[in-house]
Design a protein around this ligand. Sequence first.
Ligand code: C2E
Ligand code: MG
Ligand code: MG
Ligand code: MG
Length: 285
Amino acid sequence: IAQGGGADKIVFYDESLIKRKEISMRVQQLFPEALRNEEFQVYYQPKVNIMTGELVGAEALCRWFHDGKIVPPCDFIPMLEETNDICQLDFYMLDHVCRDIHKWIKSGHKSIRVSVNLSRKHMMNVNLLQSLLKTIDRHNIPHSCIEIELTETTSDVEFSDLKRVVKGLQSVGIFTSVDDFGIGYSSLNLIRELPWNVLKVDRSFLPTENGNNNENQSIMFKYVVAMAREMGIECIVEGVETLYQLKVLRSNHCDLAQGFYFDKPLPIKDFEQRLTKRFYDISNF
Ligand code: C2E
Ligand code: MG
Ligand code: MG
Ligand code: MG
């Protein structure tokens, strides 16, 4: 219950809970029509090889255009997870991503890999792999163009379900990554037991320039990157915002970065321009 314990605060807490419930119901109510009207759009955030400056891939991130506003994922994804509607949205995203990749390949771009976030809510679905393949194969693109990002397992996802999904994806050549690595549960067990292709290190491992840094953080960062390298797992750091952080990546021999330093998640037109240019200017570091 609310800190300080005053009756007023308890009331406030209740109200915000009710408010949250209301927002949840509103989102859930609006969802079917929003999906039909294609109000959801794929934004693409580039992934960059910091040694060469080359754009090597992208992460697909969902944006909801509603009533003339852009709604960020944190304001609708948790609500859609309550009802499992998120599963439909994830497939909608994957479908659009595959369509875009197909177009890019046809127009002569080097084939790139795009990662799509998959909610934990899919893990119980024993037909998941089949459904993913059906969606991807409909667009006639190589499986290796798709990477599935999964966050670390929590108590409500059985390890055996996750194992089935990751091994299944591996068996058909779809890439898998551990998203937000380092801030969830049972990370090391997860890494040891499953055949991941990519480790996406959470940005909380990166130092900030104000000097307020935890010393353990930089030690852990160094060894997480080294661990991935020695295990032959690709390692990318998310949330890279500054030149300083980029230099930290480089001094730890981490080649791949994603973050505002290079680009925010971009609408498709802007991303396509980036794709055509292909290289970022890295002459300043
Ligand atoms: P995520 O998968 O960890 O995605 C990375 C988030 O970090 C994105 O937030 C991105 O905009 C943000 N980010 C990237 N670079 C930087 C940076 O340099 N600094 C900072 N401060 N942030 C950066 P976004 O787009 O708001 O998405 C939030 C979360 O929502 C995602 O976290 C993912 O868990 C979820 N999400 C987004 N799209 C989908 C989707 O289609 N399906 C599912 N299931 N989840 C999604
Ligand atoms: Mg992600
Ligand atoms: Mg992440
Ligand atoms: Mg996240």
